[in-house]
Ligand binder design. Structure first.
Ligand code: SPV
Ligand code: MN
Length: 623
């Protein structure tokens, strides 16, 4: 407190004094001394404080105002447009081995390096100290967090994305087990983007529940409470017997005004948000779910209360709700889209013509502009995003802040898969689902992370990038979670990206509406299903009726057969690929995983002997 007294002005010092937590004071004092900001702003939950941060973001040029009231735009450096996997490391003490799927760095060395980078990094700048709560406040799910950042853009984002936590810290006092985040965007250039990207580091210290992020602004690297907190929460959940998942939460509205809640895991840029935003349904969350068992039920909450969503492809036809939000007055931060002289924004896939010129993540922009590697620069970055609070959504589910969470009826796994999985399929049971769907989830890499796109990679539960515990233990936690449930959620896979032999997508974007209505009926045992070697698939008659009711579309038998043909060779090589990964790259894989995959292999081979390589769903009907 002595340090804080000399460094903070009186009223801000008093704000910290109101929280009875010496550990918190020590943490703040340590980084105020190390980072050496000129000024410290302690943000309470009051609207004036939050307003101050927004005002500063515009005054210091991290954001600029747009034509529509409440809208602002922020840019990240041209080379800071996605999550930096290479420089994101879990710090591990000597002797700790997290396995080869997780990037680590020696804890002592990492801390030494990061302290050196942080030394005086905020000199000449203001530090914002912000308090938030992951999960609803005053709940078993609540995780209090403190964020230190010198970026008003990051602080502003977090006020849109998370529940306020100052009062939660006061309530919890010395007993709060909180997460800590230290972020500095470092020196900025004249475009107000981080200049020293070679010193971009995201170091996660599990031992002290602290994450450090330096010389970066892109949200996935800088917003402490998003993917940085997720690594801490995965570790905490593993210790305490609950789950932190990369999942949306939404209600599918069934017959007789019934709402059935689904969690869905998808790798970044694979349709997670657009599913959670399906018209006619309601959304609880689009990115991060905390899941606990209570009285034999599975309950989930959204860790966040806002969206940091992909904007590419949002148009009035495919995303009507978001479209209206993004074109109406209200608080929105756009990042890395094109801005024209009249302060309007454009992005790839938006309705209307591409403006011939403007300003974007590359600076002044015109159609045909190329970067220094000769690549044509699109008007907006494929990973360009918008930030909103969920209150702006007309399809918001009323249970967003329920301290008990919602009861999960179904869990869905999906990725970018052009040739193997059918559009929708139910697992035989929890273990079969967790293993053949969750643990086998593969996807092609996308623009959400820096590096090459379009490479098929295993991404278990879509959570691989965020794991802070060994993969084998993580899978085991998921398997065990399903034990002693009174009413276990059904597990499904979906595939929005399946292609025919001609290379064309077999489904339209809107078809997913039908898959979810079908899954909802399955949860309540109101439709039958066909048993195949890989799981349970819909019957044609049910889909035909749902296509008619939901989309007013005639669903042809020949389309059903193309979409739901079981592709035996692709499924078999997938089993080889995945089993080999677990055998060679993960040393603590549960034996059950291999057994369940071998059973699936046997069923596939048996079916191939009877019916050949590509098996029409109708073949399994007669069984
Ligand atoms: C994702 O990439 O999965 C996101 C955005 O949700 S980020 O904040 O970059 O993680
Ligand atoms: Mn995500």
């Amino acid at each position: 407190m002595d340090v804080l007294k000399t460094r903070l002005n009186g009223s801000h010092y008093q704000r910290l004094e109101r929280i009875d937590n010496p550990q918190l004071h020590q943490f703040i004092a340590k980084y105020v001394e190390l980072c050496n900001p000129d000024k410290v702003f302690v943000c309470t939950d009051s609207p004036e404080d939050v307003q101050y941060i927004k005002k500063v973001a515009i005054e210091n040029g991290e954001e600029s105002e747009l034509a529509i009231p409440g809208h602002t735009i922020h840019f990240d450096s041209y080379y800071d447009q996605g999550r930096d996997k290479e420089n994101t490391r879990i710090l591990v003490s000597k002797g700790v081995d997290l396995g080869s799927s997780i990037s680590t760095r020696d804890r002592d060395e990492g801390l030494r390096e990061i302290y050196k980078i942080l030394k005086d990094i905020m000199s000449g700048h203001e530090l914002y100290v912000c308090f938030f709560c992951l999960g609803p406040t005053n709940s078993e799910f609540s995780l209090p967090c403190v964020q230190l950042t010198d970026s008003s853009y990051v602080a502003h984002n977090e006020h849109l994305l998370y529940r306020s936590g100052y009062e939660e810290f006061i309530r919890e006092g010395p007993s709060a087990r909180f997460f800590k985040f230290v972020h500095s965007q470092g020196e900025l250039n004249e475009r107000k983007v981080s200049r020293n990207l070679e010193k971009r580091r995201i170091y996660i210290d599990i031992e002290s529940d602290t994450v450090y992020s330096t010389n970066t602004q892109y949200g996935g690297n800088s917003i402490g409470l998003k993917k940085l907190a997720m690594r801490l929460a995965i570790n905490r959940a593993s210790e305490e017997g609950w789950l932190t998942e990369h999942m949306f939460i939404m209600a599918i509205h069934g017959p007789r005004s019934r709402a059935t809640y689904f969690n869905g895991a998808f790798p970044s840029l694979c349709g997670k948000t657009s599913t959670a935003m399906l018209e006619g349904e309601t959304i609880v969350g689009d990115d991060i779910a905390y899941i606990r068992k209570k009285n034999g039920e599975v309950r989930a909450v959204n860790a966040e209360n806002g969206m940091f969503g992909i904007i590419e492809g949002v148009n009035s036809k495919d995303d009507p709700i978001l479209w209206r939000v993004l074109n109406s007055p209200g608080e929105i931060i756009f990042s890395n889209v094109l801005v024209t002289d009249d302060k309007r924004v454009h992005w790839i896939g938006k309705n209307g013509e591409v403006p011939p010129r403007g300003y974007n993540h590359s600076g002044e922009w015109w159609i045909g502009k190329r970067d220094d590697k000769g690549r044509e620069i699109p008007p907006s970055h494929p990973n360009a995003r918008f930030t909103i609070n969920m209150r702006l959504l007309t399809n918001l589910d009323l249970r967003l802040d329920d301290p008990n969470g919602i009861m999960v009826g179904g869990i869905v796994y999906g990725g970018r898969d052009s040739d193997t999985w059918v559009p929708v399929e139910e697992a035989f049971d929890w273990a079969h689902g967790m293993i053949t769907k969750g643990a086998c989830l593969e996807s092609e890499t996308t623009a959400a992370t820096l590096g090459k796109e379009g490479i098929r990679e295993l991404n278990p539960m879509s959570n691989l990038d965020f794991l802070s515990i060994p993969l084998g233990r993580y899978i085991q936690n998921n398997l065990e979670f399903g034990k002693d449930l009174r009413n276990p959620p059904l597990i499904f896979s979906v595939n929005y990206f399946l292609k025919g032999k001609d290379g064309r997508f077999l489904n339209e974007k809107t078809d997913k509406k039908v898959w979810y209505k079908w899954m909802e009926l399955r949860v309540h045992k109101e439709v039958g299903a066909i048993k195949t070697p890989t799981g349970l698939i819909p019957e044609y008659q049910d889909l035909k009726r749902l296509f008619r009711d939901v989309l007013d579309k005639d669903y042809l038998g020949e389309d059903y057969i193309k979409q739901f043909t079981i592709r035996v060779p692709e499924n078999l090589v997938k089993i080889d690929r995945v089993a080999n990964y677990y055998k060679t790259k993960v040393h603590d894989t549960s034996q059950v995983l291999f057994e369940v995959l071998e059973e699936q292999r046997r069923r596939l081979i048996e079916a191939r002997e009877r019916y050949g390589d590509n098996i029409s769903p109708n073949r399994f009907l007669t069984h």
